[in-house]
Design a binder for this molecule. Structure first.
Ligand SMILES: *[C@@H]1O[C@H](CO)[C@@H](O)[C@H](O)[C@H]1NC(C)=O
Ligand SMILES: *[C@@H]1O[C@H](CO)[C@@H](O)[C@H](O)[C@H]1NC(C)=O
Ligand SMILES: *[C@@H]1O[C@H](CO)[C@@H](O)[C@H](O)[C@H]1NC(C)=O
Ligand SMILES: *[C@@H]1O[C@H](CO)[C@@H](O)[C@H](O)[C@H]1NC(C)=O
Ligand SMILES: *[C@@H]1O[C@H](CO)[C@@H](O)[C@H](O)[C@H]1NC(C)=O
Ligand SMILES: *[C@@H]1O[C@H](CO)[C@@H](O)[C@H](O)[C@H]1NC(C)=O
Ligand SMILES: *[C@@H]1O[C@H](CO)[C@@H](O)[C@H](O)[C@H]1NC(C)=O
Ligand SMILES: *[C@@H]1O[C@H](CO)[C@@H](O)[C@H](O)[C@H]1NC(C)=O
Ligand SMILES: *[C@@H]1O[C@H](CO)[C@@H](O)[C@H](O)[C@H]1NC(C)=O
Length: 802
């Protein structure tokens, strides 16, 4: 670190130039007539922290002349930097540069004898510039104040926080000014310039911390403060001082500010710090004297690929690999120097440009290559395409299309691919578009394929052997793959992963659901079925059918367990819970119209797949908002399909067992007529009304039957003025055209006669605006319900919905 020191000449220069000398014995205070430069240090009174010029421990080639003023632990070997003054403005020479108190009472860095500061504390109107001092406190906080008067802090490094949160500092939001104190990551290991990731309190005013990518995309939130902890991180609470005794936490929400702060006992001395690191993880460390190392004890998000854009564009994230990011075939690192220093956020660039930019009509020049077993990138556009071939053509015929994926639904991507993850994140397939020259021609391709198949075989058998032995040793000893996709769990395994069924996510018509975490850290939802009376063979057959159904709008079955009468199903876990929560609970975020519409379209697609595209047509029988789950980006997934059949529900008894959900049941459930897929269409229609209004249909009826929303909509549609029902909402980016279309669809769905109701496939087309729709008649059955209570059908309805 002291390479500049050796030449005597420089040392002499230093002595000559620094008329205002910083005392040679280390002090904690810099006064108005002193200059700190070269290898001089300020040291806090207790000797724990030091301040001075430093160079990052890891430096990119060619940038070894970048020096920064920073604070580090004085007693810990290997300079751990906790604060940097001139983050983005290094100086090239610490000897000719210096830290001083300027004439106007600011702490400034002057570069190479120049007069204008390269960095300043920017204190305005400092009335006593002459008596201003800078003091490095025992907390690691650098404070600028007037002489010995400690009551006025003009500036402090705790307010100018960089990437490190030290004990005692408040990560706050000022309620008067709205200013949020935000930690921002270093760009890479050798560059303290602000990077892509930051953490701070939610600027919108809630009591949760959020981590942001590029100050725009939230990829982690702590959950609100519950009085004892943050709802999403219950392990971090004042009453739970794990793993270090002597931790204290405090959350304060007063008229002036909201903040969280933590502290540690200073005796015996504990060094601890929290950082937002260069790959976007929030981590807390404690220094372990015995091993002379920083040990992480808390990391969020839990997995590195959950960090938005951590690998930048056109690259692949992997949880397992030593190097978590790699460029896709046909792409190279945009800035290889950053990659070397573990900053991948700049991503990868295409090596050979796509040819289509020139001639988009006939695209013989570009080809697509398949990557299997991935989690798909963000920001897919859902396109209407009949089949895979169409999907491919649509992609190739549009110059901005860079990739597509078809899995029941055609998804295409424009421009950059962000957040693509390998098999550690999902099992979808994606086709990436490359210039033809990047892909070997078909002759060699055949050999490639044969090679891949043979190689795959060898790897697979090796893998199976390894997995077999690993599993034999691991706690979960006998997870069997069935049909290559479904996992057969042991009951004790599920007990283990759900912590003996302790975290209940909810209770549905078919049993309770519990949260669990697989050994590979995948979160799952485990459903304990109730009332299963069929044989083992039928159970396995039905489960296998359900397990073979894959669609982006249907919840995925991952595995099952059958132990005597205990039958359990293991599903993918949906972080955003069920739709009813978002529609009806006042506490949750209000969904925008755009998202609600996407949800309506998604559900319709899922149901269309169940009704029309599966080998055996499946009637869901229990469509309601509770059975629609939302993933992290609010893509809807229909849950519980196939269960009515699996559980052999006697359709005549279904009404009593589905108490409370009767509001979604078609009249044929009551009349006793045969149940077809159109019963689901009816339920979908009733639910669509709720999606549109954001209120329960039955809620409207409690106060005023005349206002029964579905009937009201039907009548207004006939009068051609359905917009009236949405008055002020129409100003909030709600499309009148979409509202009208959704209302019409909902009304057609709830017609008495099954033949009048459209199929789910048609509903998708209508909602996507591909097919026009007429004004529906007022549905008779619902109209009768709304008209009065002296009607048989109505009273039976009312009884059921008590
Ligand atoms: C510093 O300034 C001097 C003249 O003032 C100049 O000769 C020298 O090159 C400068 N050094 C750097 C590193 O900019
Ligand atoms: C500060 O010091 C300068 C010169 O050292 C002097 O001219 C000035 O009057 C002083 N100001 C105060 C407020 O002491
Ligand atoms: C410190 O500053 C405050 C505010 O300016 C003032 O009220 C107080 O008297 C000062 N204390 C001393 C010891 O100078
Ligand atoms: C947190 O609280 C705010 C209101 O302060 C609320 O809008 C938001 O939905 C809450 N978030 C969660 C996750 O509960
Ligand atoms: C980050 O945000 C800024 C503006 O807020 C934008 O100009 C820039 O392109 C964004 N960076 C990336 C990689 O998207
Ligand atoms: C398109 O291709 C032609 C020849 O193939 C070439 O002359 C022309 O410059 C290209 N145009 C663009 C915009 O790349
Ligand atoms: C595009 O390519 C096709 C066939 O390769 C050719 O017939 C057509 O003229 C080209 N169009 C342009 C604008 O170059
Ligand atoms: C290609 O896709 C973009 C983005 O969706 C769209 O704006 C554009 O119109 C499309 N171009 C063609 C030729 O379809
Ligand atoms: C659809 O995606 C799932 C994974 O999400 C995959 O297992 C299944 O094979 C895919 N189906 C088709 C037809 O590609």
């Amino acid at each position: 670190m002291a390479t500049w020191l050796s030449p005597c000449a420089r040392f002499l220069l230093l002595l000559l130039l620094s008329q205002q000398k910083f005392p040679s014995h280390a002090s904690d205070t810099l006064t108005a007539n002193q200059r700190l430069s070269g290898n001089q240090k300020m040291i806090s009174q207790d000797g724990n922290f030091a301040l001075g010029f430093f160079q990052p421990a890891v430096v990119a080639e060619g940038s070894n002349s970048k020096w920064y003023i920073g604070i580090w632990y004085n007693k810990i070997p290997g300079q751990t930097i906790v604060w940097v003054a001139n983050r983005a403005k290094p100086v090239s020479d610490p000897v000719s540069s210096g830290l001083i108190i300027s004439d106007d009472g600011n702490l400034v860095i002057l570069r190479n004898h120049s007069e204008s500061p390269t960095w300043s504390t920017n204190i305005k109107n400092n009335k006593a510039a002459n008596s201003t001092v800078a003091i490095l406190l025992n907390t690691g906080n650098l404070v600028v104040r007037h002489g010995p008067n400690t009551s006025v802090v003009l500036w402090q490094s705790f307010d100018d926080i960089t990437d490190t949160w030290l004990p005692g500092n408040k990560l706050s939001r000022n309620k008067k000014t709205g200013v949020v104190k935000q930690m921002t990551s270093w760009k890479d290991q050798g560059d303290p310039t602000p990077g892509m990731f930051s953490i701070g309190l939610d600027p919108k005013g809630s009591t949760q911390y959020i981590i942001l990518w590029n100050n725009s995309v939230v990829y982690w939130a702590s959950g609100n403060w519950t009085g004892n902890s943050f709802s999403g991180v219950p392990e971090l609470s004042p009453t739970n001082s794990y793993p270090i005794s002597g931790y204290t936490f405090q959350f304060v929400d007063n008229d002036e500010e909201t903040y969280f702060t933590y502290n540690v006992k200073s005796d015996p001395q504990i060094f601890t710090r929290a950082i937002i690191d260069i790959s976007g993880l929030f981590q807390t460390f404690v220094w372990i004297e015995a091993t002379q190392a920083w040990v992480t004890f808390f990391t969020q998000p839990k997995t590195k690929c959950s960090v938005y854009g951590t690998c930048g564009e056109n690259s692949m994230c992997s949880e397992n690999a030593a190097s978590s990011c790699s460029c896709l075939k046909g792409f190279v690192e945009s800035y290889p120097n950053n990659w070397v220093l573990n900053d991948h956020t700049s991503g990868c660039r295409r090596m050979v440009p796509l040819k289509c930019a020139n001639n988009s009509s006939m695209n013989k020049q570009d080809k697509l290559y398949l990557i299997d077993n991935v989690r798909l990138p963000d920001n897919a556009h859902i396109i209407n395409a009949a089949n895979v071939h169409d999907c491919e053509l649509i992609c190739l015929s549009n110059c901005s299309c860079t990739a597509y994926s078809h899995n029941g639904t055609c998804l295409i991507w424009h421009d950059h691919l962000m957040n693509l993850q390998d098999s550690t994140g999902g099992s979808d397939r994606i086709f990436i578009r490359l210039a033809a020259s990047e892909i070997p021609n078909s002759g060699t391709k055949k050999w490639w394929i044969i090679g891949i198949i043979i190689g795959g075989f060898i790897i697979l058998s090796l893998g199976i052997t390894v997995v077999y032995f690993l599993h034999k040793r691991s706690r979960i000893s006998s997870i069997n793959q069935v049909d290559g996709t479904l996992i057969s769990f042991k009951y004790s395994d599920l007990q283990f992963i759900t912590r003996n069924f302790s975290a209940r996510l909810g209770t549905g018509s078919f049993g309770s659901v519990f949260k669990g975490v697989l050994p590979d850290t995948t979160t799952v939802a485990v459903k304990k079925l109730e009332g299963f009376h069929q044989g083992e063979k039928q159970f396995r057959a039905e489960v296998s059918t359900i397990g073979n159904i894959h669609h982006m709008n249907l919840i995925r079955l991952l595995g099952f367990c059958s132990k005597g009468a205990e039958k359990l199903l293991v599903y993918e876990y949906m972080p955003n819970g069920s739709l009813d929560k978002h529609l009806f609970d006042s506490g949750s975020i209000t969904l925008s119209w755009r998202i609600k519409y996407q949800i309506a379209v998604g559900i319709a697609k899922g149901l269309a797949y169940l009704h029309e595209e599966c080998r055996d047509c499946i009637i869901h029988c229990d469509i309601k908002p509770q059975n629609i789950l939302l993933d992290a980006s609010f893509v809807p997934k229909v849950a519980d399909f196939g269960l009515a059949k699996l559980l052999g529900r006697d359709f005549s008894r279904v009404l009593t067992s589905m108490r409370g959900t009767v509001g979604y049941l078609a009249p044929e459930w009551i009349s006793g007529a045969a149940i077809t897929t159109k019963a689901d269409v009816f339920s979908y229609g009733m639910m669509l009304f709720e999606i549109i209004s954001g209120k329960r249909n039955l809620e409207h009826t409690e106060t005023n039957m005349e206002a029964f929303f579905p009937v009201l909509v039907a009548r207004k549609l006939l009068e051609g003025e359905v917009q009236i029902l949405f008055g002020t909402e129409l100003n909030n980016g709600v499309s009148v055209e979409e509202i009208e279309r959704a209302c019409k669809v909902a009304c057609w769905c709830v017609q008495d006669s099954e033949s009048s109701r459209p199929t789910m496939g048609k509903i998708v087309k209508i909602l996507e605006g591909l097919v026009d729709i007429e004004v529906p008649p007022v549905p008779r059955y619902l109209n009768v319900l709304a008209e009065g209570s002296n009607n048989v059908e109505f009273s039976s309805y009312e009884q059921l919905s008590e």
